[in-house]
Write a protein that binds this ligand. Structure first.
Ligand SMILES: Cc1cc2nc3c(=O)[nH]c(=O)nc-3n(C[C@H](O)[C@H](O)[C@H](O)COP(=O)(O)OP(=O)(O)OC[C@H]3O[C@@H](n4cnc5c(N)ncnc54)[C@H](O)[C@@H]3O)c2cc1C
Length: 302
């Protein structure tokens, strides 16, 4: 790995951070170290980087804003690719073209300010455009699938292609990208509509107030832990079992919202994982429901 890092440095592909703590790259503020994090300067650098990693058989992954991931406490012995340089946001008529590393919240707020409707649901979702498309982020009965018209992706064959909405297989918290982890989203075109700016601003304000009241935003977390099973709310299932406030190490089932696990005191990944496994087990026993974890568990396999 040391030799490869030296070669990558010489290739001058973009900023590199060595031996990085993943706590600084995830909203849980949890995770072990990453051998190296690279911020490719552009698509050509990204392609050169991936080709090099494939030749050297080094594992890699793209990380967005780290707001839907739980890394283990172990070192990620590979390369983490951050697309922060892919952060363009360009409005053309009712469309917005956004780089995959752009902040979803920023794109959503800018759209509202321009009186473009469609992304109000996203003003409280702290992900990147790429991460949001990957898991079809959504709220208030809307999601990315309603607004994405097409995306530019880098395929495993290192070609850049365009995929349109119907090819992206958007469903509840999933998409084509989630099923094809070797495809990388580079850019998205979102189709919005002209709306009433004042009404939209009021909706966004009301929802922000509701989120602040109902979600434990004062603590590090990665949002909802489990997907809601059909016609059920996980938060309610867990709350009814009396597990709000349950603590393992530095992690806790939020007292405000039982489908959030918060890092309230320097939690380890294993503390969060123990709570997840415990909830899955008791919900299965009491309700015969198999909960599905919404967050991505990374670097747990041994
Ligand atoms: C306080 C809080 C509230 C939240 N509320 C909501 C909510 O209301 N609704 C909701 O849906 N989610 C919510 N989330 C979860 C999270 O913000 C979203 O899932 C978001 O879309 C994740 O984006 P990200 O950039 O952080 O992705 P990351 O967590 O960085 O990555 C998630 C996955 O996406 C992949 N990925 C990232 N970028 C790319 C790319 N360019 N190409 C291919 N794959 C990529 C990664 O490899 C990883 O597997 C919340 C999180 C928090 C902390």
């Amino acid at each position: 790995m040391k030799e490869l890092i030296n070669e990558l440095k010489k290739m001058n592909l973009g900023k590199m951070v060595l031996n990085a703590s993943l706590k600084d790259y995830t909203t849980y503020k949890i995770g072990g170290k990453a051998a190296v994090i690279i911020y490719p300067k552009n698509i050509d650098c990204l392609i050169l980087l991936i080709k090099k990693l494939k030749i050297n058989k080094v594992k890699f992954m793209v990380l967005g804003n780290g707001s839907n991931v739980l890394f283990s406490d172990r070192t990620y012995d590979g390369v983490i690719i951050k697309l922060d340089e892919f952060d363009k946001i360009e409005f053309i008529d009712n469309k917005v073209i956004a780089g995959s590393g752009a902040s979803l919240m920023k794109v959503a707020y800018q759209s509202v300010r321009r009186g473009l409707t469609g992304l109000e649901f996203a003003t409280g979702i702290p992900g990147s455009i790429g991460g949001a498309i990957y898991m079809n982020a959504g709220a208030y009965k809307s999601d990315m699938g309603y607004v994405v018209s097409k995306i530019k992706v880098l395929t495993p064959k290192m070609t850049v292609i365009t995929m349109v909405n119907r090819e992206l297989n958007f469903h509840y918290r999933t998409s084509f990208l989630k099923d094809h982890k070797d495809y990388i989203c580079l850019e998205a075109t979102l189709q919005l509509k002209k709306g009433n700016k004042e009404e939209m601003e009021q909706i966004v304000l009301d929802r922000k107030k509701r989120r602040l009241e109902s979600q434990p935003l004062e603590y590090p977390s990665a949002g909802s832990v489990f997907r809601n099973p059909p016609d059920m709310f996980c938060g309610k299932l867990i709350e009814d079992l009396g597990y709000k406030g349950l603590i393992k190490g530095g992690a806790k089932i939020s007292e405000k919202h039982a489908n959030f696990i918060v890092n309230f005191n320097h939690a380890k990944a294993k503390d969060v994982k123990e709570l997840i496994d415990f909830i899955k087990q008791v919900v299965k026993e009491k309700y015969n429901v198999d909960l599905v974890v919404e967050q991505e568990l990374i670097n747990w396999e041994s």
